[in-house]
Ligand binder design. Sequence first.
Ligand code: HEC
Length: 237
Amino acid sequence: MKSLFKITLVLVIALSLSSCFDEDHRNYEYFPNMYEPIGYETYGAYDIFLNEQEAKLPVEGSIPRGWMPYSYEDNLDGYDKAKAELKNPLPYTEENVNEGQALFTLYCAICHGDKGNGKGTLVEREKILGVPSFDDAGRAITEGSVYHVMYYGLNTMGSYAAQTSEKERWQIDHHVMDLKAELEGGSKREFLTEEEADQFRNNNARYKRVFGNAFGNSIEQNFDKEKTVTKNDTTTK
Ligand code: HEC
């Protein structure tokens, strides 16, 4: 009799508790903060952040992936240094040179002419003056100086830093040096074989700095594709 009373009591309590349960409403929460995180809007303004700004600027000195700072300054001293020291980090392969020629036709030939003699369409039509020939002895251009003027521009010639990637500028550079040699009556350079190109990449510190990843592997091949290729990354094999 006593246990029947106990069982009934438990049943009544259980029933009365569950009868209060309302499926349409949230039940009692012990630690609501754990259920309800505070979500900040990406570009929202909130007191708790510095300058009330949720979106942060990159840390000073941050470098985007696939981009290297250019250490020569935009002045005569920088020009002279780049001219003397800076070398093309890309191997002289058929692919790089052909690509460079195509880009030259696109960006430079309108002024410099397909042969690099300074007689492009704009010059013929007298729209621009003072475009030099690449064999101009007074200028004596080098791989480094060509890159430097593409990066910063020079007087009436604009900068190509925004339109071209670092790799593209070095490809164009190979073609400009070819044009210079041709204008000077020199013979055409031989392309590197695949093996020689690999050797060049391995022995070239600047190539590794610009086109290598932290493990010293080449990312030149994926350099342009980088934005689309995120899975199946083959660079670490
Ligand atoms: C709008 C016409 C124009 C275009 C396009 C142009 N250039 Fe020039 N370029 C000039 C002029 C003008 C100069 C002479 C600038 C000066 O010395 O004042 C020059 C000078 C140069 C020089 C010699 C710089 C030196 O060291 O004295 C090189 C090398 C050169 N350009 C390469 C290029 C390359 C590569 C491209 C394409 C990426 C290009 N230019 C596109 C007009 C142009």
